[in-house]
Design a protein around this ligand. Structure first.
Ligand code: K7E
Ligand code: CUA
Length: 673
């Protein structure tokens, strides 16, 4: 079958499913076989020992994590736990990282991550940090790209569903979070059918340019609609932020139909520079709000946590000119700003066109007051006065758009399951390629920035079905790498992904690969449980708590054998990996522990809490194959009945004892291999 004919047929079949957005349209798999020529294979082949050209960061969706893949190979390089416990490296299980998952709702070891966002300088990814949102219990995390670890998490109050997040302003002064669900603000016990009176949305601007100091600069109180996505202006539109806003019907039941009544919903255009000025003039109200801020203390590598009690809440009525509504067909989902900053592209998921607004026209419309009424004090601009153009017949179910920096835009079409390439300015469709199946977001490295590296496009698909060997009812999600360097898009590669990656970002590997931390300096380790040399290890009782200070080095723990622990005690194993060498990790696990192992980066201290239940002797061992004598890296803890008179003792090796006596005679301890 001709591709075009097949597409027409598929579209025809799909039209029946328009109202059933959840249904994916399938195509026969054989049709793309011919595309996968040797040429495609060589384009994605990264020879053993060679590096990929790009790091890509895919949100882990409902896994709560971030997955790092090399492009073009699609090789999985790392899974970074964020809003999750990860037994693989003890994140969220050990005492140092647990506080990162604290919220005012308690300890929450899970979230639904949607969007990764790289920090930017002058509108271009700069390789410092990666942000990601937690959608369910609104939070934003910062990952440091010199160590690929989560370093900070800020909870967002007065919100529910932190979905339009964490998109950045061009210099990462702010990242944003807009509420997906409107809720009573403050949240109180009211009838759900009092939605129109009591429910509100909030847009949060979070100060993000100082590590460890993330905080809510201000929130804007908005009408009770749903807010899906946002993007900052750039260039001429710098200083503005655009958010999609749907359910202008304010439906609070059966949204599927009741929130799809109006022909147009909105993009909310927010002048955040003007909002800043109003906040500075004291026009925002102090609004009591409980939320938590957690961050990793640099020197101790231990998380700290604080509870905040108030935000600055700005009502647009108290600060005219900070928000305008751009009418936008129909239930818009994505909103994306082109590299020049002039065009604001909406993905009206039920719209038959892709509407594009002009920033220049928007400014003029504001000046000439080309309004069509107002909502809660927010002027509605006239559609014709702000529209730059419409992409006609783009396909079905437009969601998200990215740019190649060469004048083209690429929009994901969920229902017709394809990527559509179109030209900015003329709005003509110039190419399309099917995706397998039901694409959500797409990503071009730097594709939402001022300077995209427009060589590849990654399609992130919702339905996997027959793309891989089947693995029961549940399969991994599926990404597809598409070559966009030429006139025609070419499918290069399928690769499976973890969770449901909604969005992704990528940057050239050369920007960060030489900045990677190889080990933490032991001398600078200020963890209260640190043990810097073999001789300094030991065991100490503090009431019912027993603290073990231990080192790990190839190929032993010191101390190894421990006695004098009793049932009823809580044991804290503070284990320090005193290696100062790249990629020499040790692990620590003890029989019957109810959390997970510890994985110890060189120079780092991690603490495992262990509550023995019955008397006996419990082995512990290293879980990471570190050396030829890894299997010898073990010890025992003797646990006695409560009230036993077994003396508290820790066995330190002969060598360490020698070091200890040298230390006591003033020779000084030294860590040795
Ligand atoms: Cu379209 Cu959460 Cu960005 Cu999924 S969202 S696709
Ligand atoms: Cu240390 Cu294996």
């Amino acid at each position: 079958m001709q591709p075009s004919l097949r597409r027409v047929l598929s579209v025809a079949v799909c039209i029946g499913a328009v109202t059933l957005l959840a249904y994916a349209c399938e195509r026969p798999t054989k049709q793309n076989q011919s595309v996968l020529t040797g040429d495609a294979a060589s384009r994605v082949y990264v020879a053993p020992g060679s590096y990929d050209e790009f790091y890509s960061f895919l949100s882990g969706g409902f896994s709560g994590q971030v997955a790092v893949y090399g492009l073009p190979s699609g090789r999985l390089l790392k899974v970074i736990p964020v809003f999750s416990q990860n037994a693989e490296n003890g994140w969220g299980y050990n005492e140092e990282t647990k506080p990162m998952l604290e919220t005012t709702f308690g300890f929450i070891p899970w979230d639904d991550t949607h969007h990764t966002e790289l920090s930017m300088t002058d509108g271009v990814p700069d390789g410092r940090w990666l942000f990601i949102n937690g959608n369910n219990t609104p939070r934003i995390a910062r990952i440091d790209l010199t160590r690929f670890e989560t370093e900070e998490i800020l909870q967002i109050p007065n919100a529910a569903g932190g979905h339009a997040s964490p998109f950045t302003t061009p210099n990462t002064k702010y990242i944003v979070s807009a509420t997906r669900f409107s809720v009573p603000v403050p949240n109180t016990d009211v009838p759900i059918d009092s939605y129109k009176q009591n429910f509100k949305g909030t847009l949060s601007f979070v100060k993000a340019d100082e590590p460890g100091k993330m905080d809510i600069a201000f929130q804007i109180l908005m009408p009770g609609y749903n807010y899906d996505l946002g993007h900052a202006g750039k260039g001429p539109s710098d200083g503005w932020f655009f958010f999609t806003s749907y359910n202008s019907e304010q439906a609070n039941t059966k949204l599927e139909t009741n929130a799809s009544q109006n022909d147009k919903d909105y993009i909310a255009a927010v002048n955040y520079v003007a909002a800043e000025q109003c906040v500075a003039q004291g026009k925002a109200k102090a609004f009591p709000s409980q939320y938590m801020h957690n961050w990793m203390d640099e020197a101790s590598r231990s998380a700290r946590t604080e509870t905040k009690t108030s935000v600055k809440m700005l009502d647009p009525r108290d600060c005219p000119g900070i928000v305008y509504y751009l009418p936008t067909p129909k239930s818009p989902h994505g909103v994306d700003v082109d590299p020049t900053g002039e065009y604001i592209v909406a993905g009206g998921k039920l719209a038959s066109v892709i509407p594009v607004h002009s920033f220049t026209k928007m400014k003029k419309a504001i000046e000439s007051k080309a309004f069509d009424g107002e909502l809660s004090g927010i002027p509605i601009l006239k559609y014709d006065a702000v529209m730059a153009g419409e992409v006609q017949k783009p396909g079905l179910g437009p969601l998200h758009t990215e740019f190649d920096g060469k004048g083209y835009a690429y929009t994901s079409m969920f229902i017709s399951s394809e990527v559509v390439k179109w030209k900015l300015g003329t709005w003509e469709v110039v190419d399309r390629i099917p995706t397998y199946y039901s694409i959500g977001h797409l990503m071009i490295p730097g594709g939402d920035s001022k300077k995209p590296w427009g060589k590849y496009l990654v399609a992130m698909n919702k339905i996997t079905k027959d793309r891989y060997l089947p693995t029961g009812p549940e399969m991994f999600q599926s990404a597809q790498l598409i070559d966009i360097s030429g006139e025609k898009m070419k499918l290069l590669l399928d690769f499976p992904t973890i969770g449901e990656p909604h969005y992704a970002q990528a940057l050239p590997a050369s920007m960060i690969k030489d900045k990677q931390v190889k080990f933490f300096e032991l001398a600078k380790n200020t963890n209260p449980g640190v043990t810097k040399s073999e001789a300094a290890g030991g065991i100490r009782r503090d009431g019912k708590k027993v603290h073990v200070n231990m080192i790990a080095i190839r190929s032993h723990f010191a101390p190894d054998n421990l006695e004098g622990v009793m049932v009823g005690d809580t044991v804290y194993f503070h284990v320090t990996n005193i290696e100062q060498d790249w990629d020499i990790l040790h692990g620590f696990a003890v029989l019957g522990a109810t959390n997970s192992e510890l994985i110890l980066n060189p120079g780092e201290t991690r603490t495992l809490k262990w509550v023995p239940r019955t008397p006996g002797v419990y082995p512990f061992y290293c879980t990471d194959f570190c050396s030829a004598l890894h299997q010898e890296m073990q010890g025992y803890v003797r646990v006695s009945a409560p009230g036993s008179n077994v003396k508290l003792s820790a066995n330190i090796s002969e060598k360490a004892k020698t070091q200890l006596s040298r230390a006591q005679t003033g020779a000084g301890p030294s860590a040795q291999r």
